[in-house]
Design a protein around this ligand. Structure first.
Ligand code: F6R
Length: 602
């Protein structure tokens, strides 16, 4: 989703901004822009589409010498992805970039229009720069004008503003959307996550909600509602965790193949000979916990849903799961004996972060399962367990889902052990199964090629139903989501036993059923459900270790000893199927239309 970079100093600013924005590219965007003030002169460039269009437009521009600069990649929320709607937004003498949503922008806009302000874009962001310029003439004090502006805004924002009236200054503010400041002596950087500044800044400060201020002469002056405040920076990692495709066609493909290896990393040091241990959590933290509530969005929600079966079955602890955007507004009843778990690959998902804050406010113990250290969700929760998937660049999440599910499976056994509710024999057989997971995730010779060949039959039709039972139902949801995201075909995940209660009415030869048929969990039940669909002429692709005559297409799986081993093996097959269908349809696999990797708006 939208990305922000900023820089104050004497280096070539265009390069710093474009490099920084390219580090944020994988998060998804549809236009980009930069603005620079040097020698008291404002310059800006914007372009729709990929960053290379902006690079092309700026190729004859250089900006050496001291100056201030801001850049942005935009994922459209208010108004189409056009050049006018791209950031930075210009007033008469100032530029602003913004992530988040200004909820009261209509009201502010009306007031400004009454005063004769002309708006060029359809965005909420443009109100910020006009409001600043309306406030400035009152006292001719730029910071006070910025402070008044920020105090008027409602909603979520990370904002950088530069102005010809203070040509050596960047004004900044954060509430709800991530923003950080990087330091390398007198050089100051801004970014919406740390990747753009790794290798440039040595120290970092992650702004808290409600903080704002300005940078001038190599110094950051920070405020919150209590007035000016001091702050502590911390060392920024020096390793650039950049990801390359390593010979694969797409990041998503590479990430699918990486899953075997990263799952070993997820288990490392946690899966011990005698038990499962998480150094991030101690017994005291779980004291008084009688149930679990998990909140997440999208793929992370599917992982949560799968784990709810495991928490109840293996740890014997009641577990409920909620979509974060629903949870936020349902006026939930929270009780202090609930462990509140949030799951997020990026650690920046606005809905999940807000749900977490609500739980904290309600006095619940909170735990984040996350892939990004230092992310907003990790910093906000009481405890966090990192999934160790490594950077995930494909917008369609694959290895993040696998590692989240692995952590949650381990966590169910860990909690069951601490609470004394998991039978030792069961714990041992689950642990043995875990050790098989890296092997089950190796893609056998010929499987990918088979899925590639098979995929040509699944490019049309009037829809897909992915069906499964028990933990294979969340996997069906996830398989359908993967297909939707990158093929743009309509797909639904459904509990297999529920089809006859309505959706079976859709069954005909053009309805594709992807049937997840594990041997180790309710095989006979799912088999009957698939037979019901076959009898109504639905085209069936069965994924199973057991031969199934009624399938039109069949993918034979290798492992059948344990439901979770079958789960992960089938997960890979559904991921490869989505990938191959998307490739055949000529879509952008890694950056599918309309999607963002880090969803920082609600
Ligand atoms: C799907 C996908 C999204 C995310 C969702 C939550 O492939 O990536 O559905 O899972 O936006 O994101 P995180 O996990 O970063 O909170």
């Amino acid at each position: 989703m939208c990305g922000i970079v900023g820089y104050v100093g004497a280096k070539e600013k265009k390069e710093i901004l474009l490099e920084g924005l390219s580090e944020l590219e994988y998060r998804g965007y549809d236009s980009a822009g930069i603005a620079v003030i040097e020698n008291d002169k404002l310059t800006s460039f914007k372009a729709v589409g990929k960053l290379k269009n902006l690079q092309e437009k700026t190729k004859n521009y250089t900006s050496s010498g001291f100056g201030v600069s801001i850049g942005h990649t935009r994922w459209a929320t208010h108004g189409k992805p056009t050049e006018l709607n791209a950031h930075p937004h210009l007033g008469k003498y100032s530029f602003v970039v913004h992530n988040g949503i200004i909820e009261n922008y209509q009201e502010i806009k009306k007031g400004l229009q009454k005063n004769g302000v002309n708006f060029l874009s359809q965005t909420d962001t443009e109100t910020i720069v006009h409001l600043f310029e309306q406030n400035y003439p009152k006292e001719q004090k730029a910071f006070e004008a910025f402070e008044d502006t920020i105090k008027t805004l409602e909603g979520a924002y990370a904002v950088l503003l530069i102005s010809e009236v203070a040509p050596d200054t960047i004004f900044f503010a954060k509430s709800g959307s991530p923003l950080l400041i990087g330091f390398d002596n007198e050089e100051i950087y801004f970014a919406s996550s740390d990747t753009p500044i790794i290798g440039k800044a040595k120290e970092v400060y992650y702004l808290e909600d409600g903080e704002y201020g300005y940078v001038k002469e190599g110094k950051v002056i920070l405020f919150d509602k209590g007035g000016e405040k001091s702050f502590q920076t911390k060392a920024l990692t020096l390793d650039k965790i950049s990801a390359q495709k390593d010979g694969y066609r797409f990041f998503m493909e590479k990430e699918i193949y990486e899953q075997s290896r990263v799952m070993s990393e997820t288990m490392m040091g946690r899966l011990k000979d005698e038990c499962i241990d998480f150094e991030e959590i101690d017994e005291a933290f779980l004291e008084g916990i009688e149930n679990i509530k998990i909140c997440a969005c999208g793929t992370s929600y599917h992982s949560a849903l799968a784990s709810s079966y495991l928490f109840e079955r293996l740890a014997k602890i009641p577990c409920s799961v909620e979509i974060a955007s629903e949870f936020r507004y349902k006026e939930p009843l929270l009780s202090k004996n609930t462990l509140f778990i949030v799951i997020s690959q990026s650690g920046e998902t606005a809905d999940t972060l807000e749900a977490l804050k609500m739980a904290k406010k309600g006095g619940l113990k909170t735990l984040a399962i996350c892939n990004v250290d230092n992310s907003s969700i990790v910093r906000t929760s009481d405890r966090s367990i990192l999934t160790r998937a490594g950077i995930e660049k494909g917008v369609a999440s694959t290895k993040a889902f696998a590692t989240q599910t692995m952590v949650l499976w381990m966590l169910s056994l860990f909690i069951g052990r601490i609470k004394g509710t998991t039978d030792a024999k069961i714990a041992k057989s689950e642990k043995d199964a875990m050790l098989h997971i890296p092997k089950a995730l190796l893609i056998p010779d010929g499987l990918h090629e088979k899925i590639h060949r098979l995929s040509k039959r699944y490019l049309h039709g009037h829809g897909f139903f992915y069906i499964g039972r028990d933990i294979f139902y969340p996997l069906a949801l996830e398989g359908a989501l993967k297909l939707k995201e990158i093929s743009y075909l309509h797909a639904e995940g459904y509990p297999a036993g529920e089809m006859k209660h309505g959706p079976i009415a859709l069954a005909d030869s053009k309805l594709f059923t992807i049937a997840l048929m594990p041997r180790s969990l309710h095989y006979e039940k799912i088999k009957s459900n698939v037979e019901e669909l076959s009898a109504r002429d639905s085209t069936i692709l069965a994924i199973s270790p057991c031969a199934f005559d009624l399938a039109d297409d069949f993918i034979l799986t290798q492992h059948d000893s344990h439901p979770m081993i079958e789960f992960f093996e089938m997960m890979i097959i559904t991921q490869l199927l989505a990938l191959e269908i998307s490739v055949r349809l000529g879509n952008d696999v890694d950056m599918p239309r309309n999607l963002a990797k880090s969803v920082t708006v609600e």
